[in-house]
Design a protein around this ligand. Structure first.
Ligand SMILES: *[C@@H]1O[C@H](CO)[C@@H](O)[C@H](O)[C@H]1NC(C)=O
Length: 417
């Protein structure tokens, strides 16, 4: 069990029924057994189909993040796994049994008893990309040139995922331009055009793009933003623009098992960011990363306590453009790259060759109001608490309504290099 403790309140805050003994598992609550021993009930939150689906694809997202992070131990990671999950889920519409179940296992669909996953997915996408969320996400399946696609694949793809497959022309300049135009239109120009050529040996290319610009519930005073030290590691320090609020209201907990301080700041549109800040300066965030699951984050969300703190947080503007092909190959999906069965899409043997991700993410002082929201009453503290994001940390952007993971970042250097 994760002992998530608030500094001043001794004792575990995670109540019964929130054990983390089955990381990543989304199993339904088992039926009461014959011994009459009470069994753990599933949290009602996960009984809502859209929340359950969000938990499943978010667990895929944490898996993807872990692999990405381990592949670049000394660099920032910025990832919106939702856009990749969406492309995969859409692709599974064209997969025959064996291949379909490979994708479904990676997305944790095998733990969901929902006969209409794709219909629920449509609902989830509509929920998390509603205008007030400030979050944009789009996914696309791109096929090799001259491929003939069955209309029985295109229709359900459009219906549930609102996307049409694209077939390459074979002219790499035109194809890149078309993809760039599509990204521009989907992201309303917030993501820069790419110069990366689309390789000629593509069979199936998945593309997931996402953009988010945070609006805090309580804005930061720009006059309090100044250049401050950020500790890259135990020895090296850089100066970065750091926002601060001497009387911030945030939700907080100390996790003694993970040796980190967890804080949550609300954003407008029922969104929030959860920060994981190690007690000591370190670039090794493995322990925290290993613990990340939808269920753990949900428990944190319930158990953090509202406090007042002296808060400093770097301004952030990050972007990512590149492949997540290798990462996907490492999370149970290798067979999609070898000899998958996509005969529901076309008669020709095709396989996944590349998965591209583009993401943009930023926050600055902007927010909805200057006063803390009235719903938050800080617990009485005998001394002020400090929360300084001035060393490597992890953040999780989450939709509070559905619990969906929308962005995850490992910030080793807020300058984005
Ligand atoms: C990071 O920390 C974990 C345990 O917390 C340890 O097993 C691992 O070897 C460390 N990795 C590096 C690169 O130091």
């Amino acid at each position: 069990m994760q002992a998530l403790m608030l500094l001043l309140w001794a004792g575990a805050l995670l109540g019964p029924g929130s054990c983390q003994d089955n990381a990543g598992s989304l199993e339904d609550s088992p039926a009461p057994d014959t011994t009459g021993v009470p069994v753990e009930e599933e949290d009602p939150f996960f009984k809502v189909p859209v929340n359950k689906l969000a938990a499943a694809i978010s667990n895929f997202g944490y898996d993807l993040y872990r692999v990405r992070s381990s592949l670049s131990p000394t660099a920032n990671v910025l990832l919106s796994p939702l856009s990749v999950a969406t492309a995969l889920s859409a692709l599974s519409l064209g997969a025959e049994q064996r291949t379909e179940s490979t994708i479904h296992r990676a997305l944790y669909y095998d733990l969901i008893s929902n006969p209409d996953i794709h219909g629920t997915y449509k609902e989830l996408l509509a929920a998390v990309t509603a205008p007030q969320k400030n979050f944009k996400s789009a996914s696309r399946i791109i096929f090799e040139r001259k491929l003939r696609i069955k209309s029985s694949f295109v229709a359900p793809l459009e219906k549930s995922y609102g996307t049409r497959p694209r077939i390459l022309t074979g002219n790499s300049r035109l194809d890149l331009q078309e993809v760039n135009n599509w990204v521009q239109a989907q992201m309303k120009g917030k993501i820069a055009r790419s110069t990366r050529e689309i390789p000629s040996e593509i069979s199936i290319l998945l593309l997931g793009v996402a953009y988010f610009k945070g609006q805090w519930v309580t804005k930061f005073d720009p006059r309090k933003t100044s250049l401050e030290d950020f500790h890259l590691d135990e020895e090296r320090t850089v100066r970065v623009p750091m926002m601060s609020d001497p009387k911030a209201i945030l939700r907080y907990g100390l996790d003694s098992d993970l040796s980190c301080k967890i804080a949550q700041l609300p954003l407008t549109g029922s969104m929030s960011i959860i920060f994981f800040l190690p007690l000591k300066v370190t670039q090794n965030l493995t322990m925290i990363e290993e613990s990340l699951t939808s269920e753990f984050i949900h428990d944190i969300d319930r158990e953090l306590k509202t406090i007042q703190a002296v808060l400093t947080i770097p301004k952030l503007k990050l972007s990512y453009e590149g492949e997540v092909t290798k990462s996907l190959q490492e999370i149970k999906l290798q067979s999609l790259f070898d000899s998958p069965d996509f005969t529901k899409i076309t008669g020709k043997p095709i396989k996944l060759t590349q998965v591209e991700h583009r993401g943009g993410f930023e926050w600055n002082e902007d927010g909805a109001s200057t006063a803390p929201s009235t719903g938050l009453q800080p617990a009485r503290l005998t001394f002020p608490l400090d929360y300084h994001l001035n060393q490597p940390f992890i953040f999780v952007l989450r939709d509070t309504d559905t619990g969906a993971l929308l962005f995850i970042g490992k910030i080793l250097d807020p300058r984005g290099i």
